[in-house]
Design a protein around this ligand. Sequence first.
Ligand SMILES: Nc1ncnc2c1ncn2[C@@H]1O[C@H](COP(=O)(O)OP(=O)(O)O)[C@@H](O)[C@H]1O
Ligand SMILES: [Mg+2]
Length: 280
Amino acid sequence: MCRLKSQDLDGRHERGHGDRKAVSFFQSTVPEPVLVLSNVVVAFGALRAVDGVSLSVARGERRAIIGPNGAGKTTLFNAVTGVLPPTSGAITFEGRTITRDPPHARAGLGIARTFQITNLFPTLSVEDNLILSLRGLKSRKFSLFGSPDLDEDERKRAERALSMSRLGDRRSILVKELSYGEQRQLEMALAIAAEPRLLLLDEPAAGLSPAERGLVADIIRALPRELTIVLIEHDMDLALGLAEYVTCLHEGRVLVEAAPDAIRKNEQVQEVYLGKPRHA
Ligand SMILES: Nc1ncnc2c1ncn2[C@@H]1O[C@H](COP(=O)(O)OP(=O)(O)O)[C@@H](O)[C@H]1O
Ligand SMILES: [Mg+2]
């Protein structure tokens, strides 16, 4: 697949209307970028956790972000979701600048990330957690007591999310009775139910057994092809098995960007990543 740096993509926009033929040819051969980061810096005092990252993710792409602990991966996600607005640089989603938009505005545009475990309600069922999450999206008042009152669209979304996250037969189980792996599946279900166009997964398989990791990989692999997925993953085999393209971060910077095979062989990646313990 043809790969572009963000400068090239900017260049495309600068062609303007006088060169329509070239633009339409270009658009038919290169997938439209969904997410573009240009020179993004996130500083905590003197520490630049993200130190000038530029990257571009195409529609429908499955991108892995790898790198040793402390490389800046989660901070980069926080910049994309709006939890930590960048100190400098720019972020666009589907061509629209979102650099300073608050998290709820970005969610409304179609960006979802996996929820932390603490966002699940342990004493409620799988299905009720989904309903709460769907209602939260619509900011309607929700009462668990009384009629669940799901409209047709919500019912379909809940069903689809349950089935995609392989929790269809666990719908009435209380979250506290789910295994840890199933709780991670439910986090994915909540993100899927939002029907995002960009899904950010921060170590969805962390702390899981090999069998559970395999299931999470199968779930991700089976997500709709048009959904753009950016996955942070420590488990190199899992990340390289799922991604079409890989960005390796080191000390807040892009060390290497390449296809999985080239990443596996890359000496710089091996030095900073494979040579060190994968979990701190
Ligand atoms: N809220 C914060 N305040 C201060 N330093 C932080 C904060 N979040 C992350 N860091 C620091 O930023 C660096 C990158 O962290 P992080 O993005 O969590 O790395 P990764 O996800 O790649 O392991 C680390 O040195 C970490 O200690
Ligand atoms: Mg992290």
